[in-house]
Design a protein around this ligand. Structure first.
Ligand SMILES: NC(=O)c1ccc[n+]([C@@H]2O[C@H](COP(=O)([O-])OP(=O)(O)OC[C@H]3O[C@@H](n4cnc5c(N)ncnc54)[C@H](OP(=O)(O)O)[C@@H]3O)[C@@H](O)[C@H]2O)c1
Length: 242
């Protein structure tokens, strides 16, 4: 079965930036599949968007579970036939990573963080690439963070930064491979956004950007940026050196 409308998949769409991205994409006429690892939370968020007449449906997705990703892929194949936009948004940072220095953070914390922020995004992307090719091309957007750059001045958050640095490498690698298939792959720093994670890392300070503001570069990459922009890191809708 095929679907004429553009289809977007957003991971971790039940709250924070992911929910803001779902709302902003749906507002612009995209059919959004809001995914979340917990069905109750995901359906609650979808219902809130449906009340605003957004074209949004829910599907369960835990990015750490291969079976969950495969089930999502089968669902899309049967109901829509293709994917146009994939936003790898799901992410986490653990308390110990935030409080500990790199010389003390446990390998378990590093592994757990990599599992969601990097392996999760890679698994989902590898599984959905055939469905993006089926659309004749598309756009993959990876939500990274500026502090993953080697030039990032501060120490600490080793697990988080390593996971996002890996996501950056994945961005460049897949961009080169998929250019011939008309698929762009970019990474974006959303800014310091007022979400649970944003407030947590602010350690008492209030983040400077709303969810709507944080979603802007993502929406630009998903719908407006020139297709030649691929394999880049974007902040405020501009390419930055990395
Ligand atoms: N906020 C900022 O200032 C900021 C800055 C730079 C980058 N980012 C990045 O932006 C993205 C969104 O962050 P946020 O600020 O919106 O954080 P958030 O409010 O903490 O939301 C994180 C989302 O990821 C989901 N998630 C975690 N583990 C998952 C898994 N295994 N499978 C599926 N979903 C999972 C969470 O689901 P549950 O509700 O089930 O936990 C939640 O929906 C993250 O990648 C983050 O690293 C944020």
């Amino acid at each position: 079965m095929t679907d004429e409308k553009k289809i977007a998949i957003v991971t971790g769409g039940n709250r924070g930036l992911g929910l803001g991205i779902c709302d902003a994409l749906a507002k612009r006429g995209i059919k959004v599949i809001l995914t979340a690892r917990e069905e109750v939370k995901g359906r609650r968020s979808v219902n809130a968007l449906l009340e605003m007449n957004r074209d949004v449906t829910f599907h369960q997705l835990d990015v750490t579970k291969e079976q969950s990703i495969a089930t999502l892929s089968d669902y899309i194949e049967q109901n829509h036939g293709h994917v146009d936009i994939l936003v790898n948004n799901a992410g986490m940072i653990l308390e110990e990573d935030f409080r500990q220095t790199g010389s003390h953070v446990s390998l378990d914390v590093v592994k757990q963080t990599m599992e969601v922020n990097f392996y999760g995004a890679l698994r989902v992307t590898q599984t959905l690439i055939p469905l993006i090719k089926r659309a004749g091309g598309g756009r993959i957007i990876n939500i990274s963070a500026r502090n993953s750059f080697p030039s990032s001045a501060s120490s600490g958050w080793l697990a988080f930064k390593a996971s996002k640095a890996s996501l950056n490498v994945m961005t460049v690698d897949l961009a080169k491979e998929l250019e011939k298939d008309n698929i762009s792959v970019n990474a974006v720093h959303p800014g310091w956004v007022n979400t649970d994670t944003g407030r947590f890392v602010g350690d008492g300070k209030i983040p400077t950007l709303s969810v709507e503001e944080g979603a802007q570069s993502v929406i630009w990459l998903a719908l407006e940026s020139p297709k030649e922009i691929t394999g880049k890191f974007i902040i405020d809708k501009k390419i930055v050196d990395w």
